[in-house]
Design a binder for this molecule. Structure first.
Ligand code: GLA
Length: 389
């Protein structure tokens, strides 16, 4: 699939620019085993890059003009590096422009490029196609013009692009996973210090299966930013009551419970989820290290419960997908993944049972919602990189 993607992009580049590309780059999407909506709450997360990518074919343009062709959309966006870069009404271009805006602030080494890109990361499915795009663009310019950015810089620039040019106040998880991904490893990331460690993604006789509700989310309208405001308010109240608290990392469940009335029911639920979810990630890493997959699966179900009932970022379709596997003896854990309001569930399932699970749930899902569910068997792969031909 990777080869096909690369070939498709390379051929399209040749057709469009009448010459072959100088370089090919791949920037992956990500999964997250556990640790949802805690990256912007100073928690821990456990993501990994996957074998679904945006592929970029790139050459210098010879001028200060940049041309990006989005092959899948059959759309082109061109701009001059000397332009005053501002958000446009072409959504996908904003991810790119937001990165370049920051690169221009850091260096005068930039030159124009011609790019064709295409993706195997489904959009709006919670697999971070936007982070792959932002980080891919940062990586491409850094590689081609020796800007001297670290991987962490590339991830942070990607995140800021989303804040400033797209308007989603996302955390750092997606960009970090896309850039720092490592084959067969999950990343335990401390979202407060950005310290990270790799853990072997060895699920033994189990595998990770994604079920895609095919309900598309967009974080701009989905309440993502509202959740951020709610937890900010909650944290302010917690800090006031307990001067020792600086972040959610310092809170325990009792403290949140004790302030239930003051917080009000909605904000209480949000804070309660966050404090529990931060702990669940630590427990999940222990379970993974001990190959205790029953435990890991139970933690995933508990996360879903919290996301659905307390953080309220799930939706009927995703709740259905999780409920549908709850009694299945081949499934140890399941939960909504990513920002929510649609997208995928991530499931820890017995190897070999994937197809029968997919067939069964696909039929049930279609009967209930009239929507065709998709499914992805994923592999954990390396982060954004140059593709060696
Ligand atoms: C989106 C955001 C991430 C993270 C997740 C929820 O994917 O981009 O930063 O907050 O939602 O865990």
């Amino acid at each position: 699939m990777k080869k096909k993607l690369v070939k498709g992009v390379t051929d399209y580049f040749k057709e469009s620019f009448k010459t072959g590309p100088q370089h090919i780059f791949l920037s992956p999407g990500r999964i997250n085993v556990i640790g949802e909506h805690v990256d912007y709450n100073d928690g821990f997360v456990l993501p990994a890059a996957i074998n679904k990518y945006i592929c970029f074919a790139v050459s210098e343009s010879g001028t200060s003009q940049c041309t990006f062709i989005a092959k899948d959309l059959n759309e082109t966006y061109s701009f001059d590096l000397n332009d005053d870069l501002k958000p446009t009404d072409i959504m996908w271009a904003n991810y790119i422009l937001g990165v370049l805006y920051q690169l221009k602030e850091r260096t005068s080494n930039l030159k124009g490029i011609n790019v064709v890109f295409s993706s195997t990361i489904p959009m709006g499915a919670g697999l971070s196609s936007s982070a792959a795009l932002e980080c891919g663009v940062g990586y491409v310019f850094n590689y081609m013009f020796d800007i001297g950015l670290s991987k962490e810089d590339i991830a942070l620039i990607g995140q800021k692009s989303e804040h400033t040019f797209v308007g989603v106040n996302c955390g750092i998880m997606d960009q970090f996973a896309s850039v720092f991904g490592k084959k067969n490893s999950v990343i335990k990331l401390d979202c407060n210090s950005l310290e990270y460690e790799y853990h072997k993604a060895d699920f033994k006789e189990y595998s990770l299966l994604l079920l895609d509700s095919n309900v598309k989310h967009t974080h701009l309208t989905s309440g993502y930013n509202t959740r951020r405001q709610e937890v900010e308010q909650g944290l302010a109240i917690l800090k006031e009551a307990y001067p020792g608290i600086k972040t959610f990392r310092d809170c325990n469940e009792e403290q949140v419970l004790a302030l239930r009335e003051k917080l009000g029911e909605t904000i209480y639920k949000r804070c309660h989820f966050v404090v529990q979810e931060i702990q669940r990630v630590l427990d999940a890493v222990e379970a993974l290290e001990a190959s205790d997959f029953n435990k890991l699966g139970a933690l995933m179900f508990a996360t879903h419960e919290g996301l659905s009932k307390e953080y309220e970022v799930s939706c009927d379709e995703i709740d259905f997908l999780v409920d549908a596997v709850r009694q299945d003896e081949n499934v140890l854990g399941s939960r909504m993944m990513g920002g929510g309001f649609g997208g995928c569930s991530i499931n820890l399932v017995k190897k070999g049972s994937e197809n029968s699970i997919i067939e069964r749930i696909k039929a049930e899902y279609k009967a209930k919602f009239g929507i065709t569910m998709k499914a992805y068997k994923i592999k954990i792969s390396k982060g954004t990189s140059l593709y060696k031909r």
